[in-house]
Design a protein around this ligand. Sequence first.
Ligand code: GDP
Ligand code: IMO
Ligand code: MG
Length: 423
Amino acid sequence: MPVSSVIGLQWGDEGKGKIVDLLAQSSDYVVRYNGGNNAGHTIVFGKKKFFFHLIPSGIFHKNISAIISNGVVIDPGVLINEMDILENEGINLKKKLIISPRCHLILPYHKELDAAYENARGKKKLGTTKRGIGPAYSDKVSYNGIRVYDLLDWNHFKELYTFQAKMKNRILRTFGVKPVNITKSLSLLKKQRLRLLPFIRDAFEVLNTASEKNKRILFEGAHGIMLDLDWSPYPYSTASNTVIGGINTGSGLPVKSIGNVIGVVKAFTSRVGGGPVPTEIHGRLADAIREKGGEYGTTTGRPRRIGWLDLEAVRFSCKINNVSELVITKLDILSGLLEIKLCVGYTLNGKKLHYSECGYKELEKVKPIYKTFPGWMDDISGVRKFTDLPKECKVYLNFIKKFLGVKYKFVSVGAERNANVKV
Ligand code: GDP
Ligand code: IMO
Ligand code: MG
C-alpha cells in the first residue's frame, strides 16, 4: 500500500524508530507529523546507534525524502543538532529534508514554563520531558504561537518574539523564575534561522503530489496511544494527538489515503513519567526487565516504569486506529522468565470495565485480570522464522494475535534492523 503509518500502541518507546527505519527501505517519503523532541526514536545498524527526536527515522535510506510536517513543534536548536550529526555522517540534507512553514516553534520561554509548571505541581508533577511541548502547543491553540513561517521575515519574527517573550517573562517572574534574556535569545535565533531557511518548503504540496503519483509514503508516529491528548488518562498525556487522525491534521493527507496502519507493541509495558499504569510491576522482576531491556528514556535518560503487557489498553488502541498489522517488539527481553502475564481486562469494585471508560482515577484503581503463560528459557534473538521459536513463545504470540484480532507483520527480537522473526 502506498501510504502506511507506524504508530505506538502503548505509552511510547515501543521501538517505533527501528520499525520505521526498516520499512523506510521501501518508501519514498518518511514523515513526522506530531509531537516534538519529547520523542526519542532509536535506530541501530552495525555498531552505530542514532537517536532521533525530530528528524524522521528513515532518513538514512538513499532515495528517501524526510518531511517534518505541520503538526510537529520544533525546537530549532535540537533540530539543528540532529542535522549536524547527519551531515557529519555524509547525508546530503539539502536533497532530503523538508520542514513545513506551518510547524510551530518551541522557544526558550516554553521550556522555562514547562519546568515552572512542573515545579509548581510539586509532588503532583506529571513527569513531562520539560522540552516545552505543552506550553508550545498551548500557545498554538491560544493564537500566541510563532511558526516556522514567521522565521521567513526576520523583522516580523523579532517583533512577534519580543512581544511573546515579554508576556511570558511576566508569568515566569510570578513563579520566581529568571526571565528569558530577549536580546541574547534573539541573537541565537537569528543564527538558527539562517541554518533552517533552505529547508523550509510547503510540505502539503509535496505530499499531495507524491500521493497522487502513488509514491510510497510512511508516517512515523511519535509517542503512543496511551499518551494521546484526548484518549490518555488526562492530564497524564502529551500535548498532541497520537491517534491516526493526527496524520490528517498534522500533514494534510486525507485519512482515507492511509492504507496500512502498523501498530507497534512492546512485549511488556514501559512508561516514563507519572500517571496510572494498571499492570505496573515493582521489585526485582521489574528491575531485571528494565536492565535487560535497557529501559531508560531515550530523551531524558529516566528509568522507565515496567509492567506486563496490557491487552485491554492495546485492544482500545487497535480499535481507535483501525490497526491492520501488528509488530511485537522486544520479545527477546522476556526470555528466561518462568512465567509471563498478560492483562486481558480490568475490574473495578468487582465490575468489568474497559479502558475507554476510565479516567485517571479509575485507571489508578482498576485490577488487571491476568492470564498467565509459561515462559521460555532459550535466547530467541537469533531466531528468524516463526517455526523456530520455542513452543511457549508461539503460544504467547498466538494468544495476543487472537485477542486483538489483528495479524502480525513480523516480530522484533533485537534492536538491529534485521533482528526480526517472519510470522
Ligand atoms: P521508540 O520511541 O518507539 O522509537 O523507542 P525507543 O527508541 O525510545 O526505545 C526502544 C528501545 O528498544 C531502543 O533502544 C531500541 O534500539 C530497542 N529495540 C527496539 N526493538 C527491539 C527489540 O526487538 N529487541 C531489543 N532487545 N531491543 C529493541
Ligand atoms: P516516543 O516517541 C515515552 C511522556 C512523558 C510524560 C508525558 C508528557 O519516544 O515514544 P511531554 O514532555 O510530552 O509534555 O510529557 O508524555 N512522553 C513520552 N514517553 N516516549 C515518548 O515518545 C514520549 N513523549 C512524551 O514522559 O509522561
Ligand atoms: Mg522513545
